[in-house]
Design a protein around this ligand. Structure first.
Ligand code: PHE
Length: 336
């Protein structure tokens, strides 16, 4: 009996010290297996003299085996739980760095201005028109009353594309230098009355500095209807100025020159503090342009305007350098 008790206590003491699943597995074989110590004692039962002695000793061995089995089960579960805890701890990712930072971005300042301009003009009854960024010389210049060799072409530092259209001449594919070719495309595809705006990206061969970028954004406006006059143009510019900038803002037209409008003007807007800022160009659509657009200048008249979206956003928000608008610096973008 003392051998049984000693074997059981030794086994229980060892089991209690097991710290890994491997150790528990090894002890299961050692203490509960067929070749274990208690199994060995069972074989000695035959050497006992009486049935009663065998019964008592047999029952004691079974009890000891149950106690060892129970201890093994408990230890197995405990080390498995420990192992799991350890694994979770080891594989834990520290995400606290990201907590509290805004997960969502927002539209870029240029996009915000672009979309607000669309909203304001749509509110005034205009539709949004589009044209390609890679244009033909004809749409970008010729049809806009700037024939080959026209001096005004020199003012648009044009980027040419190495592409010769079928049946066309080399050097006649350009990156559009303004949104005005959308005037031509709209007149050629739509019947008047036409009331459209065309926001988009334009390109000029410019070295970037505080006020110039080789890529920037313009918004074009085109109205073609019967009996359109300069007064309609001035009224539309003023209505836009007040709707976009606020009631305290005014506008004015100053005589100017563009080959595709006649008469032409620059338009300025006046801040509530009285100071004027130059915004863009405009004028009555030139008869040659209406003709290129497939319209009879005796029947139809219209006005057009165009101005820089980036420039306007810069003035509105007091940005010092236009290059900021095209940088990927979040410290700039997050301010708007
Ligand atoms: N396209 C002209 C420019 O880029 C602006 C303009 C548009 C002027 C429409 C008159 C009418 O400078």
């Amino acid at each position: 009996m003392s051998d049984i008790t000693a074997a059981r206590d030794a086994a229980l003491a060892d089991i209690a010290r097991a710290t890994s699943p491997d150790e528990v597995a090894e002890m299961t074989t050692r203490f509960a297996g067929k070749k274990g110590e208690l199994a060995g004692l069972k074989k000695r039962l035959g050497s006992l003299d009486t049935i009663d002695e065998k019964k008592v000793a047999g029952a004691a061995i079974n009890e000891a085996m149950s106690a060892v089995d129970a201890a093994l089960d408990e230890r197995r579960a405990a080390v498995a739980a420990d192992a799991m805890r350890q694994q979770v701890e080891n594989e834990r990712l520290d995400l606290t760095e990201y907590v509290g930072k805004p997960a969502r971005g927002h539209a870029h300042l240029v996009t915000q201005a672009w979309e607000r301009l669309e909203d304001v003009f749509v509110g005034l009854g205009f539709r949004v028109a589009e044209g390609p960024e890679v244009e033909t010389d004809w749409h970008n210049f010729e049809a806009l009353n700037m024939g080959e060799g026209h001096p005004a072409r020199g003012e648009f530092d044009t980027l040419f594309v190495d592409h010769v259209p079928p049946g066309g001449r080399p050097g006649t594919t350009v990156l559009r230098t303004h949104t005005s070719p959308v005037q031509i495309r709209t007149m050629l595809t739509e019947e008047p009355p036409i009331y459209v705006i065309a926001p988009g990206r334009v390109f000029r061969r410019d070295t970037p500095d505080a006020t110039h970028m080789p890529v920037f954004h313009q918004i074009e406006g085109l109205v073609v209807d019967r009996d359109i006059s300069m007064a309609d143009l001035a009224g539309t510019i003023d209505a836009f100025t007040k709707a976009f900038f606020g009631k305290g803002w005014n506008s004015r037209l100053r005589p100017s020159y563009f080959p595709f409008t006649e008469p032409s003007a620059e338009f300025d807007i006046q801040r509530p503090d009285g100071s004027w800022i130059e915004l863009g160009g405009c004028g009555m659509v030139h008869p040659n342009v209406l003709t290129a657009g497939g319209l009879d200048p005796e029947e139809w008249s219209g006005f057009a305007f165009g101005f820089g979206i980036d420039r306007m956003a810069i003035m509105r928000h007091g940005v010092a350098d236009i290059r900021e608008m095209f940088s990927d610096d979040l410290r700039f973008a997050e301010q708007f």
